[in-house]
Ligand binder design. Structure first.
Ligand code: GLC
Length: 473
């Protein structure tokens, strides 16, 4: 079957978080299963754009409100990602350096979605299913079904995957004029609490709705930033499919970012050499347990709890430890994390940036990865860590709960705690510290984790089954 993914991010063209990883890997694995998967995304000014060659496949124009939008669809020519990658170029609107965070993001992503549909309606070739991801692309099912110009694609089944229900793309009703002429009787599909809510609209209109873990779908029925009753109402078409990881990118045996490649067989030596590099780079003591946190420094990830939790853990534990943070986000959190550096020289470092290479080195060299998230739809970092033999220390929520078993439970390998609180984090860090000297046990946990199968293979197949069910609708 042929699948067209529509996404705001796709690694390595552009990535802000896990959505980029998913959109870069899922289509590749669907291709491997013998299907044709393609991705269309906005054309940002990224390194990948300039480093590759592109051909123009479509050029047209439409009006959005009172402005005329000219757009071009380009395609990467070498099939570098293992699938066809298309980008929509809209001069002055999409072609910027960052993915999100502009005042006119509503206009940018609405124009992107309309461009995709204008192209799709003209394309002689049609996919069997259109798979959209998060609110930036969630108006697509509604527009396909209700805009007069898109009648010839109105029967193509649609799937919406919710990677994060906190952000919903709210737009006020004045902006309804952006949407190409539509059947206004259907306004109720766009509306949620008196505003246009693209994510809610996608949940109402898509043939199937998925989240990136079964646990997160259950949680959304109870708390979904205002959409819980909608998820409950639409429960019959909702399900959770756990994300996989790209084993070609995340493989300690072939990873070119890390210093020493290793496998399950020589995990102890391999990790030790990688840890040594990190300890040399950041001036840490190699003998101490090394904790890392990698991710956006935002509330959802409970990054605001880290400064106090880390300070308390240092004060309360007899055995010291090293802690390395990588990420950027809320300025106050960045600052509070930076301030710890003066107090815990030689034990602590926060690296405030996004750095793909360093993140690989950290998964490879760390002993423990901390993820105290308040909300975690799937979480990929714990999966990357486990693949590199690093013990995840996670809060029991969403996808973390679905993928990590506590080492004291049967078949377990990680450390789990219940609340996103300073106390729970400190307690879990201390559990990790007491596990650290138990070398035999640790070796066993590492081997168990590295033997888990978390590749996209199974989940990519689950999506195919879901599409097949959709086309019967
Ligand atoms: C979002 C979620 C994260 C998930 C990712 C990919 O970034 O916050 O939990 O793993 O999407 O689906």
């Amino acid at each position: 079957m042929e699948i067209l993914h529509v996404s705001a991010e796709c690694y390595p063209m552009a990535k802000a978080g896990g959505l980029g990883d998913v959109a870069g890997a899922l289509p590749k694995y669907q291709q491997k299963l013998g299907h044709v998967a393609k991705v269309v995304m906005p054309m940002y000014r990224t390194k990948f754009l300039y480093a590759n060659t592109w051909e123009v496949v479509h050029k047209a124009a439409f009006s959005m409100g009172n402005r005329q939008i000219d757009f071009t669809v380009i395609k990467e020519t070498s099939n570098k990602l293992g699938f066809d990658l298309y980008c929509v170029d809209i001069y002055g609107l999409l072609d910027r350096e960052k993915i999100y965070g502009y005042d006119d993001d509503t206009e940018r992503f609405t124009a992107f979605q309309i461009s995709v549909l204008e192209w799709l309606a003209k394309w002689e070739h049609k996919p069997d299913v259109v798979h959209v991801h998060d609110h930036h692309t969630a108006l697509i099912p509604f527009m396909m079904q209700n805009c007069f110009a898109y009648r010839n694609i109105s029967k193509i089944p649609t799937v919406l995957t919710v990677h994060n229900a906190q952000y919903q793309g709210w737009m006020n009703w004045e902006k309804a004029t952006y949407i190409p002429a539509w059947d206004t009787w259907k306004w109720g599909l766009l509306d949620w609490s008196n505003v246009i809510n693209p994510l809610a609209c996608g949940i109402k209109c898509a043939d199937r709705v998925t989240t990136v873990s079964p646990g997160y779908m259950q949680e959304l029925m109870l708390e979904a930033n205002g959409l819980e009753s909608l998820f409950t109402q639409e429960a019959a078409k909702c399900s959770g499919i756990i994300n996989g990881i790209d084993y070609e990118v995340w493989n300690p045996l072939t990873d070119t970012y890390i210093l020493d490649n290793f496998s399950e067989k020589d995990v102890e030596e391999g990790k030790q050499l990688n840890k040594k590099k990190l300890c040399d780079d950041f001036d840490f003591d190699l003998a101490l347990p090394l904790f890392v946190f990698i991710g956006r420094l935002v509330n959802e990830k409970a990054a605001d709890l880290l400064p106090e939790a880390i300070a308390k853990a240092y004060e309360q534990s007899e055995t010291k430890f090293s802690f390395l943070i990588l990420g950027s986000g809320e300025p106050e959190v960045e600052q509070a994390l930076g301030a710890l550096q003066q107090r815990w020289v030689g034990y602590y470092h926060s690296q405030i940036e996004y750095n793909e290479k360093l993140s690989h080195q950290m998964y490879a060299g760390a002993d423990f990865l901390l993820m105290p998230s308040r909300v975690e739809p799937c979480g990929l970092n714990q999966l990357y860590a486990m693949r590199y033999g690093t013990v995840p220390v996670v809060r029991s929520i969403g996808g973390l709960k679905d993928t990590v078993i506590d080492f004291e439970d049967e078949g377990g390998y990680g450390i789990r705690f219940n609340r996103a609180s300073v106390e729970d984090i400190v307690y879990s860090v201390r559990r990790a510290i007491s596990l650290y000297p138990e070398k035999k046990k640790l070796r066993r946990l590492r081997k168990t984790m590295m033997g888990l199968s978390t590749s996209w293979e199974q989940s990519a197949a689950k999506y195919i089954d879901l599409y097949k069910a959709t086309s019967l609708v």
